[in-house]
Design a protein around this ligand. Structure first.
Ligand code: GTP
Ligand code: MG
Length: 616
């Protein structure tokens, strides 16, 4: 079962890890189309002697045979998948080294890819080169890329003014671009460390000082690279392991559960206590089962690992593990974010999107748009209702359930997100601030309860196996007049007769018992729901399918349930054609469907959710 993960760790990624000790710098190369990014990278490889022997001649000869003018950019294509002399190229990355350090250059083909790579963390960059064509001058993407770099928090920047040969190597052309673009960068709050006039094609000021531009006395591109400072190594930051998957072995009485993921930052060893957020569950690392190496007692940033825990708590994809002796991540349902929008349709209020951060995927809505700037000219567009393509906005997002993350300025990897609509990435950005939400106080109660929870020696897998079902809270809601309660009770009978471990809990049963000491309704509504959720939590832990019926639940009610319980175990159905509250339910059961199929319709929901399996 672990096999696929081994093969997805690409060769460069592995090479990168094995060289973890050497000084490394991740560099992104950006700029408008055709301004010479690939040529510059090709030149760097050629002029630093990083190319495999004979490669340059081979590509030149091929060009001659096919009567194509030689391009340094061709070197990049020719090198794809080649792994000679320590240089490796994959889809968007070029690896090369100088005497002092290793470089990983991210040469993104287009700016969608650039943004995707940057914000999904497929490529994290500590510094950037921005290429501007001296002849064509500053273009839209020159500005956009600079805006994105600043939004992504990349503060080390060198601007390379390329194709100086086309500008007659004139100083005035260079100075003009420096003045104009410098003013733009100042507006962004970014300052470029260096401005370098070059001709990538001629090799001027790339690795050798250009005789053609005696007026320039600053560093060459190569010297500028060597001046960039690498970020403090990720392994020295707080430990963060996003849970990608939990593998369970239920065969041959082996009920180990392996929590798998790639460590974003920090380090942890066998015996360290981890806290999983948002649930707050705690356990110690019992063993480390690494995929591509011998068993070792610790894990560090950049490694794809599997760990086993003691006790074997239930955690799931999307949780973020941190060490209990280090600063915790933020946990909330509201964030202030800087977002760069790429979707054809504008980012809109009152529309559902999917927020993806690390391994977490959560439905979200835009609560407010505070500022929209055009990425090309950086003017405030004044818009507050939507974000158009290629605009950057400062927004507040409301997530449907809590997510654990870090503010980007503290920890970059766990502070980046993308927004998905219709299965495609439409935008992305960084979390600028964690905002309080209504459920903060409740969340701390739940964190404490989970921290103190006494786990059973019987694992959830064993229970699921015994009962042939996944524990679930099925919430059946709808208008007061509908017969949803009767429907829920019929479902209980149906499942019970099939041999399921199922229980229907009426609100009245809680109201006059567990809730006997508090007033009904009004102020106490959230407390009623919290207590209901605590009962549900125990029953879910016991492996039950719990059916609850309640009239006209609102989103705030549902938030209480989802904050108190593992959100993925809660399933909601609205009975009736018209949803009359602000709740966002998983299913809506129409009147026609209810009349036709009755409780069977609810059973289908459980099958859909794989709570129970079809062939019994
Ligand atoms: P995209 O990847 O398509 O965005 O382009 P790019 O920025 O990678 O540009 P690329 O390196 O492919 O260069 C585009 C064109 O500009 C090619 O025809 C290069 O030969 C030419 N070019 C690049 N650098 C120079 C230069 O210094 N002088 C001159 N005259 N042409 C150059
Ligand atoms: Mg290119």
């Amino acid at each position: 079962m672990l096999e696929p993960t081994i093969t997805t760790a690409s060769a460069p990624a592995r090479a990168e890890r094995s060289e973890a000790a050497a000084s490394r710098l991740h560099l992104v190369i950006s700029g408008h189309v055709d301004h010479g990014k690939s040529t510059l990278v090709g030149r760097l490889l050629a002029d630093t002697g990083s190319l495999p022997d004979g490669k340059l001649e081979q590509v030149r000869a091929l060009c001659e045979r096919t009567s194509k003018p030689f391009e340094y950019a061709f070197l990049l294509d020719a090198l794809k998948d080649e792994r000679a002399q320590g240089i490796t190229i994959d889809a968007a990355r070029v690896f090369f080294k100088t005497a002092t350090r290793h470089y990983i250059i991210i040469d993104a083909p287009g700016h969608i890819e650039f943004l995707k790579n940057m914000i999904t963390g497929a490529a994290r960059a500590e510094a950037a080169l921005l290429v501007i064509d001296a002849h064509e001058g500053i273009q839209e993407n020159s500005r956009r890329h600079a805006t994105m770099l600043s939004m992504l928090g990349i503060r080390q920047l060198a601007v390379v003014v390329n194709k100086m040969d086309l500008a007659g190597f004139r100083r005035e052309t260079f100075d003009g671009i420096v003045a104009e673009f410098g003013a733009f960068l100042t507006q962004l709050g970014v300052s470029a460390e260096t401005w370098i006039p070059v001709s990538a094609r001629c090799g001027a000021n790339i690795a050798r000082r250009a005789a053609e531009m005696p007026w320039y006395t600053g560093p060459t591109v190569l010297e500028a690279l060597e001046r960039f400072r690498p970020e403090p190594p990720a392994q020295d930051r707080p430990f963060r392991l996003p849970v990608q998957d939990v593998y369970k072995f239920t065969n041959f009485a082996d009920d180990r559960r392996i929590v798998a993921g790639t460590v974003d930052s920090g380090r942890a060893s066998v015996g360290d206590e981890l806290v999983f957020y948002p649930s707050g569950k705690r356990a110690r690392i019992q063993s480390v089962e690494a995929f591509s190496r011998d068993e070792r007692p610790d894990v560090t940033a950049g490694e794809a690992v599997g760990i086993t825990l003691t006790p074997q708590i239930y955690t799931s994809r999307g949780e973020l593990a941190a060490r209990s002796d280090e600063p915790p991540p933020e946990v909330t349902t509201r964030v202030r974010a800087n977002v760069f929008w790429l979707g054809r349709a504008p980012l809109a209020l009152r529309k559902d999107y999917v927020f993806k951060l690390g391994a977490a995927r959560v439905p979200m809505r835009v609560e407010a748009i505070h500022r929209v700037i055009d990425a090309a000219d950086l003017g405030d567009t004044g818009a507050r209702t939507g974000v158009e393509r290629h605009q950057v906005a400062e927004c507040t997002f409301k997530l449907h359930r809590a997510v654990a993350f870090d503010v980007s300025a503290d920890l970059a990897a766990t502070g980046r997100f993308v927004i998905v609509d219709d299965y495609d990435i439409r935008g992305g950005g960084i979390v600028a601030e964690a905002l309080p939400d209504r459920d903060e106080a409740l969340r701390s109660k739940v964190l404490l309860r989970n921290a103190k929870w006494i786990s059973s020696h019987v694992s959830p897998e064993r229970r699921a196996e015994r009962y042939s079902q996944r524990p679930t809270l099925l919430v059946v809601t709808g208008e007061a007049e509908t017969d949803r309660k009767e429907l829920a009770r019929q479902l209980e009978v149906k499942l019970f007769e099939e041999g399921r471990f199922v229980y229907f809990l009426g609100m009245g049963s809680v109201l006059y018992g567990v809730d006997a000491d508090i007033e009904r309704g009004g102020e106490q509504r959230r407390e009623h729901l919290r207590r209901l959720a605590e009962i549900a939590n125990i029953l879910l832990d016991a492996g039950v399918i719990l059916i609850v019926s309640a009239a006209e639940l609102t989103q705030s009610d549902l938030d209480v349930l989802k904050t108190s319980l593992p959100a993925e175990l809660v399933c909601t159905v609205w009975v009736g054609d018209r949803v009359t509250t602000d709740i966002s339910c998983d299913y809506v059961l129409t009147d026609a469907e209810r009349e036709r199929r009755g409780a069977d319709a609810l059973k289908t929901v459980l099958e859909d959710q794989r709570v129970i399996f079809k062939p019994w």
